[in-house]
Design a protein around this ligand. Sequence first.
Ligand code: ADP
Ligand code: ASP
Ligand code: MG
Length: 439
Amino acid sequence: MKKVVKFGGSSLASSEQFKKVGKIIRADESRMFVVPSAPGKRFSNDTKVTDMLYSCYGAAIREKKFVEQLDEIHARYQEIIDGLGLTLSLEKDFEIIRENFSKKIGRDYAASRGEYLNGKVMAAYLGFEFIDAAEVIRFHDDHTFDEDATNVLLAERLKDSKGAVIPGFYGAAENGTVVTFSRGGSDVTGSLVALAVKADLYENWTDVSGFLIADPRIVKNPKSIETITYKELRELSYMGASVLHEDAIFPVRKAGIPINIRNTNAPEDKGTLIVEGTCRQPKYTITGIAGTDGFASVTIEKAMMNSEIGFCRKVLQVFEDNDISIEHMPSGIDTMTIFVHKDEFEEKEQQVLAGIHKTINPDHIELESDLALIAIVGRGMRATRGTAGRIFSALAHAHINVKMIDQGSSELNIIVGVRHDDFKNAIRALYEIFVVTQI
Ligand code: ADP
Ligand code: ASP
Ligand code: MG
């Protein structure tokens, strides 16, 4: 049995947190490959080391003083080293970092040092081998990710290892230039390592007991999801449930390796298992609810539009010509509505309206902004009648006006559009009806 274990920033924010992590790893000898993030927040208005590094490097490239900021970062690691009773010194590493910052070596390099240094501390603490991700995670010269080279390098380097720490978030191009994934990218590194070593399980340890049915910042103490499929997870992640980096799914999914989201602060909880398929019946009709704010809608009215051949195509062409992506498009007999991202649309609004007037000569166009979309996702909905009805009644009871409802053809999700002001209450009302009362 081989497991890859990735620990997020809050799991490694202090020596206290490191001790919990050490206990978890030592409790199971199959936890052989460890992927750490940089130290995260210790309390809610604390700053993540990654953000400290970005800001410190920002000062360096503006040729402002940055050494003090670098010393503050060093102090974060020193607290961990001292708290764990290690003799490790990062003095030399910080000297090199200081020189490289002065040379303006690159923003990605700067950010990557958070994981690099935490990996060194972690390896010293566990007595595991430290492997610099720059040697095994490969990017092309144009800084896009090189999947094939990475898999070969990782598999070769790890094949005889009995315990290794590979820092998350970064790698390097062939010429040595350090490149990072996008924010939250340590999840991706964990997944790549799991694929390369053909792990039985990829454990992703964070600060919540798994993927929760709704965002814990909106719903108080939401229940966690026991088992979720990759498809369901994609729908929820796309709509803003951001527990796992979107790209972390693909490598393990291809190899059929399940992901288990676990809580470092409550290791006895089983967390959430993410799988390709399951015959386990979900506990509730829905698996999860997620939503995103910041949409606008364009409603076009024209009598008999349905019988006009090519009508939709002409409308969509206007959006395409203006380089605007469309999120949803519910339609009636004489109306169609197009949901777009507000930020993207706002700048080009007048061009789009002029384009629509010119191409299809509508009777009326109505614009609405400050909309939110909520996805209600669940493989269980296919076998249950009346889900849309329950959604309507839950929202009506909460005095929320439904601007749109759209059922995906996979019957895996229903998307509801509401006003921005109703966004949080709508999520709470949906959670209440599907999970708390289950009527
Ligand atoms: P890490 O630093 O361990 O990678 P993240 O901050 O990236 O952790 O992800 C975990 C956070 O995601 C949680 O603390 C929580 O605030 C947030 N979150 C948003 N939606 C959900 C959800 N549906 N389930 C669980 N957590 C969620
Ligand atoms: N430390 C990086 C970030 O804050 C990567 C990660 O935590 O996964 O985005
Ligand atoms: Mg994360």
